[in-house]
Write a protein that binds this ligand. Structure first.
Ligand SMILES: [Fe+2]
Length: 171
């Protein structure tokens, strides 16, 4: 019952954005002013981040970027005390590893970190922890980071929303 209420709170009706998903994400990322962000944005463009599906959810074209934008919006509206940069970086980069599943070893969370390292993008310790452990629900120590908790919650909510929308369309 609680989960249904939570789902209803966060299910937002799709609106027709005045900017494309790609333009919105690019603008948000560049607005951080973080060093090396232009290189990451260029990599996102060339690797297909903005057109690829999200994997087991958000399976449509462009689903990966749409999922990350949803994660960003949920984190932003539920984690007011977290650093704005941390929200932007963890929301948009946590699934970067999904753009190329043959890059390095390990799951997509670790690949996201490897790719960012490869691009020379500097993460804070908390951002690194949040991205690297965003699916690490069996490790209790992973819950100590508020940024990681926020990212994992938003990631799960976006995934559930997609599944809910998808199941509604089927029935
Ligand atoms: Fe995700």
């Amino acid at each position: 019952m609680v989960s249904i209420i939570v789902l209803r709170i966060f299910v937002f009706k799709p609106t027709i954005p005045s900017m494309s998903t790609k333009d919105q994400i690019t603008e948000i990322l560049l607005a951080t002013g973080r060093s090396g962000m232009e290189q990451v944005v260029a990599f996102m463009e060339s690797s297909g981040y903005f057109v690829k599906p999200g994997g087991g959810h958000h399976k449509e074209e462009g689903g990966l970027a749409q999922h990350c934008l949803e994660v960003y919006r949920i984190m932003k509206s539920t984690s007011l005390s977290l650093p704005a940069d941390g929200i932007v970086v963890s929301a948009f980069f946590h699934d970067l590893g999904k753009v190329n599943r043959r890059f390095g070893r390990g799951g997509h969370a670790k690949r996201s970190l490897l790719m960012l390292d490869h691009l020379g993008f500097q993460l804070t310790e908390d951002e690194r922890f949040a991205i690297g452990h965003h699916h690490d629900n069996r490790n209790l120590s992973a819950f100590r980071s508020p940024l990681r908790r926020s990212l994992s919650f938003a990631d799960s909510m976006s995934t559930l929303q997609w599944k809910l929308r998808h199941s509604r369309r089927k029935s």
